[in-house]
Write a protein that binds this ligand. Structure first.
Ligand code: 5AD
Length: 350
């Protein structure tokens, strides 16, 4: 048996490898086929062929941060800014609910207009109107008190990518003033409060090394989140990283497979960035253990403005309104969509 295959089997059985073993596996460009077989088997053991859908509402692209990779960074004066009103957000939920969605993801830049008071008001209205739905927030770094207030208002889940677990690498991706430690701390606080949390990193981000990826895996082991969102770095023309190469499809797929074997029960999205990188990126992700897709529920008029990276797909099958077309694509690779809340195993509502 080939070396990598032994490593993959070991990873599947013990859910862990040494750093040296991870490095070998990450360096082998030829093992994705066998990795997919194992990752898919583990995913079927845990989740069958279910792919959970979440309705994504990108409610503001104002952001006070200036992350070097991100198209909606504060300094990008070419970005056309928008915010949805509370009524518009509720209309998205209404439309999503009618389509069958039972998870709403409120995602936005770090926009000071949305004070805790405004956010809590929106969250509690959604909570009362849709008691059977999960509310997921993805709105960046906040104080513990703020996180607690959103939770008390009815939010259940929180997505905050750690972006990179390596302190030195973190400072190469972010301006001074943002800190890796602070970001990790936010994730631990969210978990303590009782959120189901999602972390994650970009694959192929500028200056990223294999050792950084191993550090990411170690950090994820420590945090043990319910969801892990990864996708390729994709350059954006109006950012300092405009000239860097995009992340590679095979690298993202490799990491997805490794994560499925390390965290059999984790929710693993086939991300929009993966679908942007390659026309069948998300299908390939599903075949590598991914089991979540987050179609876009934002109003058509604002979708093109939430451009985190160039060419972000937003009006095709990733559109929530097109979810039947999406369902067919999911079925074409042997899975089926589930519209329920789709909590991580072990975190279902009683
Ligand atoms: N390429 C890929 N992903 C990006 N994100 C932001 N900018 C980019 C980019 N240029 C990701 C970050 C962030 C999430 C909302 O989108 O990981 O956490």
């Amino acid at each position: 048996m080939r070396n990598s295959e032994k490593l993959i089997q070991k990873l599947r059985e013990s859910r862990n490898l040494t750093d040296t073993e991870f490095r070998l596996l990450l360096m082998d460009d030829t093992c994705n086929k066998i990795l997919a077989q194992h990752a898919d088997a583990v995913r079927r053991e845990q989740y069958g062929t279910a792919v959970y859908l979440r309705g994504l509402i990108e409610f503001t692209n104002y952001c006070k941060n200036d992350c070097f990779y991100c198209g909606i960074r504060h300094s990008n004066t070419n970005a056309v800014r928008y915010r949805l009103t509370k009524e518009e957000i509720l209309e998205c939920c209404e439309e999503g609910y009618a389509l069958g969605f039972r998870t709403f993801v409120l995602q936005g830049g770090e926009d000071p207009y949305f004070t805790d008071e405004r956010l809590c008001e929106i969250i509690s209205v959604i909570r009362v109107k849709y008691p059977d739905c999960a509310i997921t927030l993805s709105i960046g770094e906040k104080s513990r008190e703020s996180y607690q207030a959103y939770f008390d208002a009815g939010a259940n889940r929180y997505l905050l990518r750690h972006e990179t677990a390596d302190i030195a690498h973190y400072t190469k991706l972010h301006p001074s003033g943002m800190s890796c430690k602070k970001r990790k701390n936010c994730l631990f606080q969210l978990r303590e409060i009782g959120y189901q949390v999602g972390a994650g990193m970009m694959i192929g981000a500028p200056y990223q090394t294999l050792d950084h990826l191993i550090e990411d895996l170690r950090f994820l082991q420590e945090l043990n989140p319910q969801m892990i969102g990864i996708g390729p770095f994709l350059s954006h023309k109006d950012t300092p990283f405009r000239d860097f190469h995009n992340g590679e499809l095979e690298s993202v797929l490799k990491l997805l497979g490794i994560l499925r074997l390390m965290f059999p029960k984790v929710l693993l999205p086939a991300t929009t960035a993966l679908g942007t990188l390659h026309p069948e990126g998300r299908e390939l992700g599903l075949q590598m253990g991914a089991n979540v897709i987050m179609p876009n529920l934002s109003p058509m008029s604002v979708r093109r403005k939430y451009m985190l990276y160039d060419n972000k797909i937003c009006t095709g099958d990733e559109s929530a309104q097109q979810y039947r077309a999406l369902a067919r694509r999911v079925e074409s690779v042997g899975y089926h969509v589930e519209m329920g809340r789709g909590d991580a195993k072990g975190f279902e509502l009683s």
